[in-house]
Design a protein around this ligand. Structure first.
Ligand code: UDP
Length: 325
């Protein structure tokens, strides 16, 4: 019999790609999302519209049928907003997750996969960043993710749930069908902003800092394809269904690209020039971040398939030219 999964936050960017992949692989998916940032058009199956902080709604959702797991993407995810309004981030990201877990326990759902982030590490003391790297989040957003991971460790230990956290580096790209992609009301991410600048939809791209201690003076990040992230979710779920107690794993390609390398790739892929301006450093941006994803490769056999920056950017470009929402 096929597994049934509740994808919480499944109308958002990474959640929708994961939900789609799970259903393509024969998992029955129900999406729950409050649609505050997600898109109804990104959901192809059943959708429950609810806020994760609403205990009664979460109880109803989790008891609506026997779920084999919850995959939890629902969160506020803007670093700058989190700095301006930390209480909101603790309320939604931490409080909402506590409500979700309580409802899972009540409903007897024993497997959870949580969307975490490399922002829990703060400015890396070394690269590649492995899972044991000290945790020193630099924003309320990063802190909320780290608080949840620690909360989940206790729950795993004392309630006997199987729980894994996947720590994403920089998610990018889109679904190969052209039906799903990245679409944020407030866009802060480099690749979509670069395309918009190239298309004249926004002012020139501001390059935040040219004086970092990196080969070209701009920040280095690990851009990982959203479909590779989705595959990792399936691998982690399958492992837990086989009896793995769960763990925390980094998801990145292990290779870093600078802001200028990204802008060059955007120009090559689109055939457009990317108007840009040198700007001051953005507060809280570490110079170099890339992942060691050796642990998940070793333990679950996950390895990213789309490792070329240009391939990831080409996938984002196909979406940018014809977004569905
Ligand atoms: N960046 C930039 N200009 C922008 C947006 C981002 O120079 O308009 C840089 C940013 O400083 C960082 C990299 O691009 O080094 C990736 O930023 P993004 O916000 O996409 O992801 P983050 O690494 O902050 O999660």
């Amino acid at each position: 019999m096929s597994k049934v999964v509740l994808v919480v936050g499944g109308a958002g960017y990474i959640g929708s790609h994961c939900a789609r992949l799970l259903s393509e692989r024969g998992v029955e998916v129900v999406v729950l999302d409050d649609l505050s940032a997600g898109h109804r058009e990104a959901v192809s199956g059943p959708l429950i519209v609810a806020d994760i902080r609403d205990r009664a709604a979460m109880r109803d959702a989790l008891q609506s049928r026997p779920f084999d797991a919850v995959v939890h993407f629902a969160a506020r995810a803007l670093v700058s907003e989190s700095t301006a309004n930390p209480a909101l981030y603790f309320d939604v990201n931490v409080g909402g997750t506590a409500t979700l877990i309580a409802a899972m326990i009540e409903a007897g759902v024993d497997t959870l996969l949580f969307s975490s982030s490399c922002s829990i590490y703060g400015a890396p003391q070394y690269v590649p960043v492995d899972e044991a790297h000290p945790k020193a989040p630099m924003s309320p957003y990063g802190l909320s993710k780290w608080m949840v991971e620690q909360m989940l460790d206790e729950v795993r230990l004392r309630h006997g749930l199987r729980i894994s956290s996947l720590r994403y580096f920089n998610a990018a790209g889109a679904h190969p069908s052209g039906e799903l992609g990245e679409s944020h009301a407030v866009e802060t991410h480099l690749i979509p902003l670069a395309f918009d600048a190239a298309l004249g939809r926004r002012p020139p791209l501001q390059v935040y800092g040219r004086d970092y201690d990196t080969p070209d003076g701009t920040c280095i990040r690990d851009y990982v394809h959203v479909m590779d992230l989705a595959e990792a979710h399936l691998s982690a779920l399958e492992a837990m269904w086989r009896g793995h107690p769960g763990s925390a794993w980094n998801l990145g390609t292990g290779r870093g690209s600078s802001v200028l390398q990204v802008l060059d790739a955007v120009a090559r892929v689109s055939g457009l020039t990317v108007p840009r301006e040198d700007a001051a450093r953005r507060e809280g941006d570490p110079p170099k971040v890339w992942a060691s994803a050796a642990a998940i490769r070793r333990e679950l056999g996950w390895t990213p398939k789309h490792t070329e920056l240009e391939e990831i950017i080409a996938s984002a470009w196909r979406w940018t030219r014809a977004p569905r929402y």
